[in-house]
Design a protein around this ligand. Structure first.
Ligand SMILES: Nc1ncnc2c1ncn2[C@@H]1O[C@H](COP(=O)(O)OP(=O)(O)OP(=O)(O)O)[C@@H](O)[C@H]1O
Ligand SMILES: [Mg+2]
Length: 250
């Protein structure tokens, strides 16, 4: 057995909730939601971390405007802290260079990253996942037994078909699913909620398409004021089906 796996377990011990933000397709707002969710939880007084596991397209550092802080080495790696968030990204290892990896290398890099990162005690660790259900997702399922999936979708038929596959797979594997968020909603007559009802997974809410979101990228104050972030805040803090806050406080 890989001895690093025990270390990973040890490193994650102090984390109450692990939430992997995932979704079938690219460009549907996973990183935006993961970043804003972490900020919102931090502003609400929770101890939070953000882990960017998108090996090919890490982007949470861009969304949050993080560019001049770096992890420290001390019996492992201590994630730098900014806006009250402990931040760790594959970007610290690859920089802005293209970083093509095959399956086994992705697994190794993921195990390595989890084995060396010292999160300490956290209420939430939010993980920004790459698109699809590839190696990184299977690794998270294998390495983070406590992980719960927050699934992002849009009303696009193409996205929905992939999301249905993901939900089916997670259900088959008996992985915990926190809920579904519909992002970039543009018409009122979308039936995403109805279409996904059959999976019996909480539908947490909708976030409208926000044409002002793009201009807030890199500026957290602006980001938190967008309709996008306000929508998300309502989902996270007010939604009766939002498990986030209740179970950490209890
Ligand atoms: N509700 C929204 N309204 C308008 N634009 C949005 C919304 N959500 C996300 N976006 C924009 O869509 C683009 C893609 O978002 P993001 O990078 O978060 O998606 P992603 O699912 O993480 O993509 P990838 O799969 O490539 O990692 C970004 O430019 C972001 O600003
Ligand atoms: Mg992304």
């Amino acid at each position: 057995m890989d001895p690093r796996l025990n270390i990973v377990e040890e490193r994650l011990k102090g984390i109450k909730r692990l939430i992997a933000v995932s979704g079938g397709k690219g460009g549907i707002g996973k990183s935006s939601i993961a970043s804003a969710l972490t900020l919102i939880l931090s502003k609400s007084g929770f101890k939070v971390g953000l882990l960017d596991l998108d090996f090919w397209g890490p982007s949470t550092h861009i969304i949050l405007g993080i560019d001049d802080i770096f992890p420290k080495e001390e019996k492992g790696i201590i994630p730098p802290e900014i806006y009250g968030i402990k931040f760790m990204s594959i970007i610290y290892y690859v920089g802005d260079e293209p970083f093509p990896l095959r399956g086994v290398d992705i697994s190794n890099a993921t195990i390595e990253l989890l084995a060396i990162t010292q999160w300490g005690s956290l209420d939430f660790l939010i993980i920004d996942m790459p698109p699809g259900m590839g190696d990184a997702t299977l690794d998270i399922i294998r390495l983070m037994k406590k992980a719960e999936f927050l699934i992002v979708t849009t009303q696009s038929k193409v996205t929905l078909e992939t999301v249905k596959k993901i939900l089916r797979m997670l259900k088959e594997l008996e992985i915990s699913i926190l809920g579904i968020i519909e992002n970039m909603k543009i018409t009122d007559f979308s039936s995403v909620k109805d279409q996904l009802k059959v999976f019996a997974v909480p539908f947490l809410g909708e976030i409208d398409f926000d044409k002002n979101l793009e201009s807030s990228i890199g500026n957290t104050d602006k980001l938190l004021k967008t309709d996008f972030a306000q929508n998300l805040r309502k989902i996270v803090l007010n939604s009766p089906v939002s498990l986030c806050i209740r179970s950490v406080n209890s």
